[in-house]
Each structure stands twice: as C-alpha cells, then as structure tokens.
Write a protein that binds this ligand. Structure first.
Ligand SMILES: *Cc1c(COP(=O)(O)O)cnc(C)c1O
Length: 412
C-alpha cells in the first residue's frame, strides 16, 4: 500500500496565472465578440463598462460604481476624491501592494504607516489611532488576503475624528465585516481586476461609494476631469485618463456573474484545508473574527519556528520539493523599507511630498512596527483560487503535514 500522505507529483495545482485557475470562457468570449463587432472600444461611447458598473453597484448594494484601469487607479481615484492638501497625511498599512501607496504620494500626501496585528497582518483601530494627527486627511485599510479588518472599531475611530475611511478591497471581494460587505463600510471601496485577483480582466479596477460628491469627483478623475454629459463641460481639475476599455468591460461583466460561485468555492476549500490542518502542531490556520467572512484571496498560514525548525522558509523549501509553491513573508519587507520610501525617490530630486512631512510621520524605525516585522517573519502564503477542489486541498494538507513532521522530527 502506498502512504496516502505521500505527495503525488502528478497532481498540479491550478494557477491563477493561466486558464487552469481562472474561470474565463464562452461568456467572456460572447461579450467580447459584441464589442469587436460594434467597433466601439472606448467606454465613453460604449455599453459594456456602464453595464459592468451598474451590475457591480447592484451586487455591492451601493449607489455608485466607477470602473477604471487598475486597482492602483482605483485607490488613486479614492485619494484624489478626498483631495488632500500637499503634505496632508493618510494613515495606512505597511503590508499591502505598492499600488495602494503610490497614489497617495502622487496626490502630494504622506502615507503614515500604522503597525499591524501579528495574527491577521491587518491594521487595527489602536494602531491607526496612534498615527492620527491634525494633518490626517484619510485612513486607508487593506483587508489583507481577504480577511476583513476590525471594521466596527475602525469605523468608530474614523467617525470620532471625522476622517474619511477608504477600504482597499483588492484582495477581499464579497468579504463581510459583521454581515456588511467590505467596500461598503467606509466612504469608498476600491477593487482590482488584475490577473491574480478573485475576478480578472488582466488589468482593471473599480470603486464603489454611496456619496454622490465623491462619486462625481472619482468619475471626473477617470476622465481627465471632463464631465461627460453635463452642460458647459470644462477640464475641472488636474486628472488622468484612467478609463477601462470596452474590451475589459465585456470580460468584467462575464467575470462578475462568476464571482459569487468562485468565492464560495474558495471559502469551502479553505475551510477544508483548515480542518485538515487542525492537528498539525506548529501551524496556525487563518481565522476571521466572529461574525466576519474571509474570502481567501490567498491562504495565509502562521508557522511557529519554535516547533517547526527553520520556520516558514524551511517549510516552503520542503513543499517546493513536492512541487508546491508558497511564499514565505508574502512581501519581502514592510513597504517603508522599499527604496521609494527609504530614499524618498519621487519627483526629480525634490523628495516631494516627503519634503513637507512631519519627522514622526516618516519615522520608519523598526521599534515602531513590531507587529509588521513579526507578522512577515512568521507567515507562509499559499496561492489560492476558485479551481481548487477536494483533491488539491487533500494533497496540500498531506504535503504540509508531512513537511512539518519531517522538520519537527529533525529538531533536537
Ligand atoms: C493588487 C492590489 C492593488 C493594486 O492593484 P493593481 O490592479 O495591480 O494595480 C492594490 N492594493 C492591494 C491590496 C492589492 O492586492
């Protein structure tokens, strides 16, 4: 008899980087064909992007949804809509995608980094509060890996200080905080449709809001601040062309109809892995807060180095032997350790907007971020997608249990 826990190299995991792990198919092709036949590829004249926006707003239960070119653009719309003065501060997280941070600098504002909770890698009301100053113009939270931040406390904090709250939901489609869809708790929710997200158009983004004023400013920011359809139009302020094309809009419409089932499968398979790993000593599985729904962009394990010698690095190396890819740390370092922040490389040699920053706002001393450094050192991130089935999860669980067994067995 073969040991069932031995890795079967023949079972290749679906990947979100190609067709094996994506749900692109006939529905996308049919809508794309419509666009090509119409000859109208721009959303200013087409129907696909407006339809996608209307349907996305309906799914989220909000008044406005505005599509754009990327998740980075989506965050940029939100920042531009709150319109910081140069040197204003925006409190955010050091464990996120750079696309959530560069828009802050482009709008002349200073990202001020709040530390994160070691267990979730998310910012908390407490860590955000320590960063609030009289220059704070907004708070941007990232629901990392699909696990909602502690929104009730963060919402209270934002309200108490009368600061707009922006949710970066690029990794958290249909995740819920105490029943509420993320992206609808704060003033603006921003989403990405990049290749590796829950749904994709290759590149793309969308924002949602219930605020008519913010919606108008975001709509303008996508369109070089040109108010299409309004009387007496003019370019109202500095803005870019961040439009989504009709080709992307067609794919987005078809993808959106597959979102709920894809999310359900991601969650079901994540729960299966979590229960399979229950007895594995030295591994902590991801957990949503009571009442919250985690929608698993990735499956993030914590590895206790005292019980699993070599920690996440060693576990990743063991899994790799069995053909299983994983990412220790997720990102190699907190965002503020990247060159753009360390050397303040922005516009020419000006260092703008860092040149306007309060010293405390740009103090990246390690001692101020114990949570972020500990969090990154302890995690192992497994790719995840809606094409994972029982067989993939069981193979993964077996491989992880075996690898942990080998590593801890090797401990003296
Ligand atoms: C992917 C991502 C972004 C950026 O989205 P792009 O579409 O790649 O520009 C922003 N924030 C978070 C949290 C992300 O995961």
């Amino acid at each position: 008899m073969t040991d069932l826990r031995v890795v079967q190299p023949s079972l290749v995991l679906p990947s979100d980087q190609d067709a094996t792990g994506r749900t692109l198919g006939d529905e996308e092709l049919a809508l794309l064909a419509e666009v090509i036949r119409s000859g109208t590829l721009t959303s200013t004249k087409g129907i696909q992007v407006p339809e996608f926006e209307a349907r996305f707003a309906e799914v989220l239960g909000v008044r406005h949804a505005i599509a754009c070119a990327s998740g980075t653009a989506a965050v940029h719309l939100a920042i531009a809509a709150v319109d910081p003065e140069p040197g204003d501060e925006i409190v955010t997280t050091p464990i996120t995608d750079m696309g959530a941070l560069s828009p802050i600098l482009y709008q002349g504002a200073i990202p001020v980094f709040a530390d994160v909770d070691v267990e979730t890698c998310n910012v908390t009301a407490e860590t955000i509060e320590r960063c609030i100053s009289d220059r704070t113009k907004a708070i941007v939270v990232t629901h990392l890996f699909g696990n909602p931040c502690d929104m009730p406390a963060i919402e209270d904090l934002a309200r108490a200080h009368d600061i707009p709250l922006i949710e970066d939901c690029a990794q958290a489609y249909l995740a819920r905080s105490r029943g509420r869809l993320v992206g609808t708790v704060g003033a603006v929710g921003a989403f990405s449709l990049q290749q590796g997200k829950h749904i994709t158009t290759g590149e793309g983004g969308i924002v949602v809001t219930d605020d008519d004023g913010l919606a108008r400013r975001m709509r303008l920011f996508v369109n070089k601040a040109w108010p299409y359809g309004e009387p007496g139009p003019d370019h109202e302020f500095l803005a870019l062309n961040y439009r989504m094309t009709e080709l992307q809009g067609a794919v987005a419409r078809a993808q959106l109809e597959k979102l709920a089932s894809g999310v359900a499968q991601r969650v079901a398979m994540a729960e299966r892995l979590t229960s399979a790993l229950e007895g594995v000593d030295g591994i902590t599985t991801p957990k949503a807060a009571p009442g919250d729904v985690h929608t698993y962009w990735k499956y993030c394990l914590r590895v206790d180095e005292r019980k699993v010698p070599g920690g996440p690095q060693a576990l990743a190396a063991e899994l790799k032997v069995g053909g299983i890819a994983s990412a220790p740390r997720y990102i190699q370092k907190p965002a503020f350790r990247c060159v753009v922040f360390e050397e303040q490389r922005t516009f020419g040699s000006s260092r703008f907007p860092f040149s306007l920053a309060r010293p405390e706002a740009v103090d990246y001393d390690e001692a101020r971020f114990p949570g972020a450094f500990d969090a990154l050192a302890g995690i192992l991130v497994l790719p995840w997608n809606e094409r994972y089935g029982d067989e993939h999860v069981d193979m993964l669980a077996g491989a992880i249990a075996d690898a942990v067994g080998r590593l801890s067995g090797g401990a003296v």
